[in-house]
Design a protein around this ligand. Structure first.
Ligand code: FBP
Length: 407
């Protein structure tokens, strides 16, 4: 009789017990989070059984959303809910309100339901920092203010992966017990992987660095083996594999979808939170994904996430914006906006040198009002809006500005 195995097998670390242990580390905690999470777990168990019953897509989308909204409201621990399925946010009536705001996609990858491919539920949790009337601002917050995130994957097994800010842990549903049991404690993503995951069907519309990065995955120039392509087309399944095996998952911007496809609040943020907690990283093409501040609840963003070193490689390709523009053409712009009426970049040591190079390379540089090189700065650190790049692309911007001036 293998007592040790039996002891381990009988020492069931359910997700509720796990979260209660976590909670005991915070003496001031009243158990609100545990109650909230147990309602999310209930929703996941419902969807898991409905998926296994083979409910058809349309119905399952709506059913899952209903179950999660009702479970979250009846938990008495939430104030604002944002669901991929609902155009508007749900503000919980005052008698049932609590200190958390939950953003979620009740059934992600739903286009895969009818062919039985893995799908999932994704969620992110914020706390409300005030006791006034909840507003949309309570969820339009950077991802780095999330207190917990997770997903539940409905595939060959049903697995809930969770982080409350102290590492990432995987729980597998034991159907005989109806309990999520800790099977993957403290998941750490490998620093580098040999898998890349992207819908190459969009390749013709990609920008230079994305094209170059995927090229490098297939034909590495440093003698390292080519990466394998794995793409399910269901974010939960693709990110789950990336988390366990390493590598990179990307849904970049392209000419057709300049902001990519995936939603910031309930797809990008939760997965970025988990990736960072597991030692990986998540990048938008311009910045750390969790530093984004969404302006709308269904806002989209390009995303590159996965193993630390793999994402570093694409960052190196992406950051060199002007260099990329010089090499691949197109346009680099840093316009004025309400917050920075003169743009961000400095005339003397950013705008002028790049404008000089761009003109020498046959491109042009425009401030929104005049040729950038014709500017006469009054102060050494003066800023100016800038549009620089391929001649024709900048001509297009100039025409737009001229039209605006004539209106
Ligand atoms: P939905 O929100 O419509 O389910 O779309 C999300 C999603 O299915 C992700 O799960 C997946 O990563 C992506 O879209 C696949 O998109 P594409 O089919 O364009 O590759």
């Amino acid at each position: 009789m293998d007592h040790e195995a039996d002891a381990y097998r009988t020492d069931l670390m359910t997700i509720t017990r796990f979260v209660l242990n976590e909670q005991s580390k915070y003496p001031e905690s009243r158990g609100d989070f545990t109650i909230l999470l147990s309602n999310i777990v209930l929703g996941c168990k419902f969807v898991c059984s409905a998926v296994n019953k083979g409910e058809e897509q349309k119905k399952l989308d709506v059913l899952s959303n209903d179950v999660f909204v009702k479970a979250l409201v009846s938990s008495g621990r939430t104030s604002v809910l944002v669901s991929e399925e609902d155009e508007e946010a749900t503000f919980v009536e005052s008698s049932k309100r609590g200190k958390y705001c939950v953003v979620f996609d009740p059934l992600d990858g739903s286009s895969n339901i009818d062919c039985g491919v893995s799908i999932g539920t994704i969620f992110g949790i914020y706390t409300m920092e005030h006791s006034d009337e909840p507003t949309i601002e309570d969820v339009l917050k950077p991802g780095n203010e999330m207190v917990a995130a997770g997903y539940c994957m409905y595939g060959s097994s049903c697995m809930l992966v969770l982080s409350t800010g102290t590492g990432v842990h995987g729980f597998t549903l034991d159907p005989s017990l109806g309990e999520f049991i800790l099977t993957h404690p403290d998941i750490k993503i490998p620093n580098k992987g040999n898998i890349y995951s992207v819908n190459e069907g969009n390749a013709q519309n990609w920008d230079g660095p994305t094209t170059k990065y995927v090229e490098r995955c297939k034909y590495p120039k440093d003698g390292s083996p080519a990466k394998s392509l794995r793409y399910v087309g269901s974010m939960v399944a693709d990110v789950h594999r990336t988390l366990l095996y390493g590598g990179i998952f990307l849904y970049p911007a392209d000419k057709k979808s300049p902001n990519g496809k995936l939603r910031v609040l309930y797809e990008v943020f939760p997965m970025a939170f988990l990736m960072e907690q597991a030692g990986g990283q998540a990048f938008t093409g311009k910045k750390r994904a969790l530093d984004l501040v969404p302006k709308k609840i269904h806002e989209r963003s390009p995303i590159f996430l996965g193993s630390y070193d793999d994402v570093e490689e694409i960052k190196a390709l992406m950051v060199a914006d002007v260099h990329r523009t010089l090499l691949y053409g197109g346009i680099f712009l840093y316009p004025a906006d309400k917050k920075s009426p003169n743009g961000k970049l400095r005339v003397l040591y950013e705008v002028f040198p790049m404008a000089f190079l761009m003109e020498q390379a046959g491109g042009q540089a425009f401030t929104g009002k005049k040729r950038a090189l014709d500017l006469v700065p009054k102060k050494i650190h003066e800023r100016s809006p800038i549009f620089l790049g391929s001649y024709d692309d900048v001509e297009e911007i100039k025409a737009l500005y001229a039209a605006e001036e004539n209106n």
